[in-house]
Ligand binder design. Structure first.
Ligand code: THU
Length: 159
């Protein structure tokens, strides 16, 4: 029997350990939670995505009475950015969640569909996206979406 081990390096940092740019991105993600439309889950998620030219696009989760129709904050920000500037690679994304009157203590964990969606941009532009997951107790930082989605399906085997 063979065994494959997947190792992922996750840095856990406080805001003052981030660069000024990354701290700003996290602050923007936190601010974006206020634009969430989440009357069903009461879980307000904000995301901020930085493109290669330094521009930042924000998004928040948008829900619907027909639940599957809604969209997560990450994909709202990502698709918005891609639609405005398809020539620019996304380089970093920050995500935050606010519920019950406070930001999550533990870092927010993005859903599988958002991981898959963001991964496609790494393949499309050939460069990794740094991901920052905000929690009051610390911020998880990984250098690539691939780290959050091992054994990725990226379409490379399709003819
Ligand atoms: N949600 C996000 O927007 N991003 C995440 O990373 C996790 C979940 C949203 C979807 C739904 O509107 C609400 O949070 C509860 O699942």
């Amino acid at each position: 029997m063979k065994e494959i081990n997947v190792n992922v390096a996750i840095k856990v940092v406080m805001p003052d350990e981030l660069t000024a740019d990354d701290r700003e991105l996290v602050e923007r993600a936190k601010a974006m939670t206020r634009t969430s439309y989440s009357p069903y889950s009461h879980f307000q998620v904000g995301a901020a995505l930085r493109l290669a030219d330094g521009s930042v696009y924000g998004g928040s989760n948008q829900e619907n009475a027909a639940f599957p129709v809604g969209l997560c904050a990450e994909r709202t920000a990502f698709f918005y950015a891609q639609a405005q500037a398809p020539e620019l690679a996304p380089v970093a994304i920050a995500i935050a969640a606010f519920t019950g009157g406070k930001f999550l203590e533990k870092p927010i964990s993005p859903c599988g569909m958002c991981r898959q969606a963001l991964l496609e941009a790494e393949t499309r532009y050939g460069q990794p996206i740094r991901v920052m997951l905000y929690g009051e107790s610390g911020i998880y930082v990984v250098n690539s979406v691939r780290d959050l989605l091992p054994l990725t399906f990226d379409g490379s085997e399709m003819i």
